[in-house]
Ligand binder design. Structure first.
Ligand SMILES: Nc1ncnc2c1ncn2[C@@H]1O[C@H](COP(=O)(O)OP(=O)(O)O)[C@@H](O)[C@H]1O
Ligand SMILES: [Mg+2]
Length: 157
């Protein structure tokens, strides 16, 4: 069995990028393509119409541009290694947009780190990582950013 489409959700943090090495390894072995997905988070309350949480559209556009730039830089590095990569940037709730992308793009593997922007805490998994593990309709590879095997991957192309 080979994976065909790998989703790597990235929140723009360097922690989250540590998943990319794992995705490269699988993509090369299985000849899979990679999707890098970034979601500009809109607080849930904004969906419910609470004005105090009103979305600052201008700030959001700026965040979207930043995230898009970061993901495209990452994509270029992967393309230079001969991999097929797409970049998607959305707005909303990360878990919902991850699920929607798995469905719409026919993703069969998600590769992501245990933690992201907020970093390590007493929790084994960040909240997005935990929800993905519990609810994803495809397989999930969770990368612990401090795992020793990543050191082996480094410089391994
Ligand atoms: N806004 C986001 N866009 C894309 N992926 C995200 C986003 N937020 C979290 N993720 C995914 O979830 C992983 C773990 O992050 P998270 O569970 O939010 O932990 P933390 O609490 O450390 O931020 C990230 O590395 C990334 O793969
Ligand atoms: Mg987070």
């Amino acid at each position: 069995m080979a994976y065909k489409k790998i989703l790597v959700p990235l929140d723009g943090s360097s922690f989250s990028k540590r998943a990319v090495d794992g995705a490269i390894k699988v993509a090369k072995t299985d000849h899979a393509s990679i999707i890098l997905l970034g979601v500009v988070e809109i607080p849930p309350a904004a969906f419910e119409g609470y004005t105090e949480f009103a979305v600052n559209i201008e700030a959001n556009e700026e965040l979207k541009k930043k995230l898009s730039r970061s993901l495209n830089e990452e994509a270029d590095k992967l393309r230079a290694k001969g991999l097929s990569v797409a970049v998607i940037v959305k707005e909303g709730l990360p878990i919902e947009e991850i699920d929607a992308t798995v469905e719409s793009e026919g993703v069969d593997l998600i590769v992501m780190t245990t933690h992201g922007r907020r970093g390590f805490s007493r929790f084994l998994l960040g909240s997005v990582a935990e929800k993905v593990v519990r609810t994803a309709s495809c397989s999930v590879l969770i990368v612990r950013p401090t795992a020793p095997e990543l050191k082996v991957l480094e410089g391994n192309g």
